[in-house]
Ligand binder design. Structure first.
Ligand code: PLP
Length: 395
C-alpha cells in the first residue's frame, strides 16, 4: 500500500496550477495572444543581464567539477558568507554563514524550517489570505494548520483574532509581506505589535513561537516604504528567502533560510534546519545558482514594469467598477468578485478568455487573484475583456 495522503496530494493539483494547465490547452486551441492568463506568479521580466553574464563567465572559467559539483550540504561557505555580509550591511543584524542554509527557493525554505521546528501535535498559524501551499507544507511537517482571517477592510492582521488563536501548542506563525495574493505590506507598527503579542504569549506558555518570514517579494514594493526586516523586531524569527521573484529566477530553484542569531538556542535550531534539509533530501542547493546569486545580491529584475502594470490594471479595473484592494507590493491584485461565489465568477471570466484564480484556496471567499507579472501588452489587450466581464453583472 502506498501513501494515500501523498497520492491524493499528487492527484489533486493546486487550483492555480489547474487554471494554468487549462490556459496551456486553451492557448494551443485559439492562440496564446487570445488567452489572458493571469494565473501563475511566473515573472515575465527577464533576470538582470548581470545574472546571464556571470553565469556565462562561470561556465567558461570555472572547472566543471567545481561549478557542477556538490557544495557542502548547507551550501557553499563562501556563498553563505557573502549572503550573511549582505544581510548585515543592509539590515544591521548579526547574520553569520553558520546560520544560513541554501535552499531550492522559498518552498524548500518553508518546508525545511517547518520540519525543523514542528513536533507532532503542534500548531502552525497562517493569516488569510495566504499562499495555499502553506497548508501542504505545514501538514506534511506534522502541524495542524490554523487559519486566522485578516481584517476584512484592509487585509491587515486582526490582532484580536490572532491572540485568540495562539495556544500553548502554537509553534509557528507564517507571515508573508508583501503578500501573495493581496499585495498588502504589513506596516512596522503591526510588526511591533505582533512581536509584543508573541513575546507575551511565549512568556505566558513558557514556549518558543517562531515567526517564519516568507520573503520572496521583499524587493517588490511600489510605495517607497521599507518592508520591516522581522529579525530586528522579533527574536525567534526564521527568514525564508527566495530569488524566484525579484531576481526572476523561479525555475532555477534558489533561496536560503536565515536563522536569526537571536533565536533561542539558535545553534540547535540551525542544526535542526540542517537535519530537516537532510531528511527531506534538500542538501546542496544547485551549485551554479549558488555561485551566481552570490555575485548578484543587490540586483533585481526591472521591477518598474510591474509597477506600471499595477497602475494600468488598477486604474482600469476601478474605472470599470471593480472593487480592488490596491496592492502595495508583490505582483498580485486581489479583486472582489461581484458575486458571492468567486469560482462562479472565474468560470464566467473564462468566457472572455480571462484566467483568474478564485480566492477560496487562499483562505477567504469572494475574491479573485490576478497575477500581473505578465507583459504590459497582455494587460492592455485584456482590458476590453475585463470591461465586458463586469458589465455582465450590471445587466
Ligand atoms: N511563498 C509565497 C508567498 C509564494 O508566492 C511562493 C511562490 O509563488 C513561494 C513561497 C514559493 O516560492 P519559490 O518559487 O521560491 O519556491
Amino acid at each position: 500500500m502506498i501513501s494515500e495522503k501523498m497520492m491524493s496530494l499528487g492527484k489533486k493539483s493546486s487550483v492555480i496550477r489547474g487554471i494554468f494547465e487549462y490556459g496551456k490547452k486553451r492557448k494551443a486551441e485559439i492562440g496564446a495572444e487570445n488567452v489572458f492568463d493571469f494565473s501563475l506568479g511566473n515573472p515575465s521580466v527577464p533576470a538582470p543581464k548581470e545574472v546571464t553574464e556571470i553565469m556565462k563567465e562561470f561556465l567558461e572559467t570555472v572547472p566543471a567539477e567545481v561549478l557542477h559539483g556538490y557544495t557542502s550540504g548547507p551550501g557553499d561557505i563562501g556563498v553563505r558568507t557573502e549572503i550573511a555580509n549582505y544581510i548585515n550591511n543592509k539590515f544591521k543584524v548579526e547574520a553569520s554563514a553558520n546560520l544560513i542554509y541554501m535552499t531550492c527557493g522559498a518552498a524548500a525554505s518553508l518546508t525545511i524550517s517547518l520540519n525543523a521546528i514542528v513536533n507532532s501535535g503542534d500548531e502552525a498559524i497562517v493569516l488569510a489570505p495566504f499562499f495555499p501551499e502553506y497548508r501542504v507544507f505545514a501538514e506534511q511537517a506534522g502541524a495542524t494548520l490554523k487559519v486566522v482571517p485578516c481584517k476584512k477592510e484592509d487585509l491587515q492582521i486582526d490582532f484580536v483574532a490572532l491572540e485568540k488563536a495562539i495556544t500553548n501548542k502554537t509553534k509557528a506563525i507564517i507571515v508573508n509581506s508583501p503578500n501573495n495574493p493581496s499585495g498588502v505590506i504589513i506596516p512596522e507598527c503591526d510588526i511591533i505589535k505582533l512581536s509584543e503579542l508573541l513575546n507575551n504569549k511565549q512568556e505566558e506558555y513558557g514556549t518558543d513561537i517562531y515567526l517564519l518570514a516568507d520573503e520572496p517579494y521583499r524587493e517588490l514594493v511600489f510605495t517607497g516604504e521599507e518592508v520591516p526586516y522581522i529579525p530586528k523586531y522579533y527574536d525567534n524569527t526564521i527568514v525564508c528567502y527566495s530569488y524566484s521573484k525579484a531576481l526572476s529566477l523561479p525555475g532555477e530553484r534558489i533561496g536560503y533560510i536565515f536563522v536569526s542569531p537571536k533565536v533561542t538556542d539558535c545553534g540547535d535550531v540551525y542544526a535542526a534546519v540542517c537535519g530537516a534539509g537532510r531528511a527531506l533530501g534538500y542538501v546542496c542547493a544547485p551549485s551554479l545558482m549558488q555561485y551566481t546569486i552570490a555575485k548578484c545580491l543587490d540586483k533585481t529584475a526591472d521591477v518598474s514594469i510591474y509597477e506600471a502594470n499595477r497602475k494600468m490594471l488598477y486604474d482600469a479595473l476601478t474605472e470599470y467598477g471593480y472593487t480592488v484592494i490596491k496592492p502595495d507590493g508583490a505582483f498580485y491584485m486581489f479583486v472582489k468578485s461581484p458575486v458571492e461565489d468567486a469560482n462562479e465568477f472565474c468560470e464566467m471570466a473564462k468566457k472572455y478568455e480571462l484566467l483568474l484564480v478564485p480566492s477560496d484556496d487562499f483562505g477567504v471567499n469572494g475574491f479573485v487573484r490576478i497575477s500581473y507579472c505578465v507583459s504590459p501588452e497582455q494587460i492592455e489587450n485584456s482590458l476590453p475583456a475585463f470591461k465586458k466581464l463586469i458589465e455582465e453583472y450590471k445587466k
